[in-house]
Design a protein around this ligand. Structure first.
Ligand code: AMP
Ligand code: TRP
Length: 334
């Protein structure tokens, strides 16, 4: 696929296999075919309170995870969102043109703000306008994300179309979401109806990229299941969300569809399948976590990559920002 790709992950807590399978793993293949930019969206992370030390560490960890998972800094720009000032600036401009009604409809806002909406920070509501800025600054054609972000990409499209219409000029490319693979939505290990999330209070609900072999085995052993063995056909997963989720994780790490993976696991009781899955996870994740720790040890290499990434991204972003400000009537600096 040709075009321009941008995506990002928030530096909050530790990355999970949901982030990896739903997002980062897919980016690795895309970088060979398209121009790719991947950011660590620290300005998004602070829409909920962050401990400064934890934010700092998580920002470097997400960068290290991108690299360890196979994002190649020679092929892709890897950068920290707050290093490219155009994001915050375009975010403001777009927030002045986005109706509150559009933002109030966002399910992520409703989930995160909960019942006490009046206490939610303004930034949590404005979050999608900043995300639109991230995407639109680079004339992005495709945004690879997990299923949960689809609504935000649709809003980004609406913002781009209404801006272009209002100023009668195609300033922004209208992006498409790219939601692919078996692992669009990996569910919690404790509850098959809830998304696996970095922010779930229970550590047993998720597997982190940096979990040890023992932690992985323990979490898989304790994962919720039902008494029946794995089904022989895809239809057999109906009303068995936990079984389907574990089988999906297995398939995704095998680089197979669920259908392709099924013959190898069909009919197995969980007492056999769980150790098999734990071994597969340890096998696939340990090279990633080893490399992550190496990058975090040699910070100077990481810093150089992030600096270059931000320079590359700034050049592109500033071109779009200038066009936007010109059509809106801002006077250029003298
Ligand atoms: P976040 O953790 O919200 O910063 O998400 C970063 C990326 O990971 C986004 O593209 C999400 O759609 C994706 N993602 C997060 N959690 C999951 C999950 N449980 N299953 C699939 N994709 C996910
Ligand atoms: N909102 C995304 C999430 O929570 C993260 C994100 C911010 C993003 N800006 C982006 C993803 C731009 C893709 C493109 O997962």
């Amino acid at each position: 696929m040709t075009g321009r790709i941008l995506s990002g992950v928030q530096p909050t807590n530790n990355l999970t296999i949901g982030n990896y399978l739903g997002a980062i793993k897919n980016w690795v293949d895309l970088q060979r075919q398209s121009e790719t930019l991947f950011c660590i969206v620290d300005l998004h992370a602070i829409t909920v309170p962050q401990d400064p030390k934890a934010l700092h560490q998580a920002t470097l960890e997400v960068a290290a995870a991108y690299l360890a998972a196979g994002i190649n800094p020679k092929e892709s720009a890897i950068f920290v969102q707050s290093h490219v000032h155009a994001h915050a600036e375009l975010g403001w401009l777009l927030s002045c043109m986005t109706p509150l009604g559009w933002l109030n409809r966002m399910t992520q806002f409703k989930d995160k703000a909960g019942k006490k909406r009046d206490n939610a920070p303004l930034g949590l509501l404005a979050y999608p306008t900043l995300m639109a800025a991230d995407i639109l600054l680079y004339q992005t054609t495709h945004v690879p994300v997990g299923d949960d972000q689809k609504q935000h990409i649709e809003l980004t499209r609406d913002i781009a179309l209404s801006f272009n219409h209002r100023f009668q000029k195609d300033v922004f490319t209208v992006p498409e979401p790219l939601i692919k693979g078996e692992a669009k939505r990996i569910m919690s290990l404790r509850d098959g109806s809830k998304k696996m999330s970095k922010s779930d209070p229970s550590d047993f609900s998720r597997i982190h990229l940096t979990d040890t072999a023992d932690e992985i085995s323990q979490k898989i052993r304790k994962a919720k299941t039902d008494p029946a063995p794995l089904p022989e056909t895809l239809d057999g997963f109906e009303n068995r969300p936990e079984a389907k989720n574990l089988a999906t994780v297995y398939a995704a790490f095998m680089n197979q569809t669920l259908e392709e993976a099924l013959p190898a696991i069909a009919g197995k009781p969980f007492s056999d399948f769980k150790p098999l899955l734990a071994d597969l996870l340890v096998d696939k994740l340990s090279p990633i976590s080893t490399k992550m720790l190496q990058y975090l040890d040699e910070k100077s290499e990481l810093e150089t990559i992030l600096k270059r990434g931000a320079e590359h991204a700034s050049t592109r972003a500033n071109q779009t920002l200038k066009q936007v400000k010109d059509v809106m009537g801002f006077v250029s600096p003298f």
